[in-house]
Design a protein around this ligand. Structure first.
Ligand code: HEC
Length: 106
């Protein structure tokens, strides 16, 4: 009982930043900035089979796998996708860039 309510609180705390991030234009702006300085090179053209920005068909199956998987690929790279898109962006900014790309699909 105690453990259960504790984990509910922990979950609430874990969700808080995610929620405030979604409503905080500043963070998405940061993501857009990183996208435009780095990710755009491949993701605007679909170079090397990169899922193209705004291409619903390309992004739907990726989004369906979830944010954790997208962040894992964005952080460590996969195929022609370089780790962190070849940048030194921190996790929060990298995540914001991924969220920016996801936001452009919907
Ligand atoms: C050198 C080209 C290149 C750059 C620069 C690049 N990407 Fe990618 N990205 C790719 C390619 C290619 C894929 C497809 C990888 C695959 O599935 O084999 C990909 C896939 C992805 C995916 C989908 C991950 C998944 O779960 O399948 C995300 C998210 C992503 N990139 C984010 C970013 C972000 C954020 C940046 C900038 C910080 C970035 N990329 C910069 C080439 C690039």
């Amino acid at each position: 009982m105690f453990i259960k309510s504790l984990s509910t609180v922990a979950l609430g705390l874990a969700l808080l930043p995610a929620l405030s991030m979604a409503s905080d234009g500043g963070t998405l702006k940061q993501g857009e900035k990183l996208y435009k300085s780095a990710c755009i090179a491949c993701h605007s053209t679909g170079a090397a089979n990169a899922p193209k920005l705004g291409n619903k068909k390309a992004w739907e199956p990726i989004i369906a796998r979830g944010m954790d998987e997208m962040m894992s690929v964005a952080t460590h790279g996969k195929g022609a996708m370089p780790a962190r898109g070849g940048t030194k962006a921190d996790d929060a900014t990298l995540r914001a860039a991924v969220e920016y790309m996801v936001s452009r699909v919907r």
